[in-house]
Design a binder for this molecule. Structure first.
Ligand code: DGP
Length: 113
C-alpha cells in the first residue's frame, strides 16, 4: 500500500534499525521503545492487522511467528519476553500494517493497560 508507513520501511524507502530480514519478513527496532528490547516483526506483504490473516496465509504467519522467536534469540532474551499484536483502536493499534511487538530486557507487568 503506497501510503503505509511499514510498507515504506519494508521497501527501504524509510530507514529503520533492522534486526532481521528475509525475502518476506522484516524485524526492526521500534522508534519509541517500551522496554530495553522492543522490536517490530512484520511481513513485507500488507495486511491491516492480524484479523486479515486467513488460512491461505498460514505459512507466512508461521514464518512471522518463528521470526519473533529468532529475534528473541538474537537479542538474548533468555529470561523471557512478550509478543504482542494490537488490533484496531480499542486494541491500541496506531500503525495499520500487521506487526508483532517483541518486548524484553526487563520484567513486564500484566495485565497491560
Ligand atoms: P501499534 O501502536 O501497536 O500500532 O505499534 C506501532 C509501533 O510503531 C509503535 O510502537 C511505534 C512504532 N513506530 C511508529 N512509527 C515508526 C517509525 O517510523 N519507525 C519505527 N521504527 N517505528 C515506528
Amino acid at each position: 500500500m503506497s501510503d503505509c508507513l511499514f510498507c515504506k520501511i519494508a521497501a527501504g524507502e524509510i530507514p529503520a534499525d533492522i534486526v532481521l530480514e528475509t525475502d518476506d519478513i522484516l524485524a526492526f527496532r521500534d522508534i519509541d521503545p517500551q522496554a530495553p528490547t522492543h522490536v517490530l516483526v512484520i511481513p513485507r506483504q500488507h495486511f491491516d492487522n492480524v484479523s486479515d490473516l486467513t488460512r491461505d496465509d498460514k505459512d507466512l504467519a508461521a514464518r512471522v511467528l518463528s521470526a519473533t522467536a529468532e529475534v528473541a534469540q538474537l537479542e538474548t532474551l533468555e529470561r523471557g519476553y512478550r509478543v504482542v499484536t494490537n488490533v484496531g483502536s480499542d486494541g491500541g493499534q496506531s500503525v495499520r500494517h500487521v506487526h508483532f511487538h517483541v518486548l524484553g530486557g526487563r520484567g513486564l507487568t500484566w495485565p497491560p493497560g
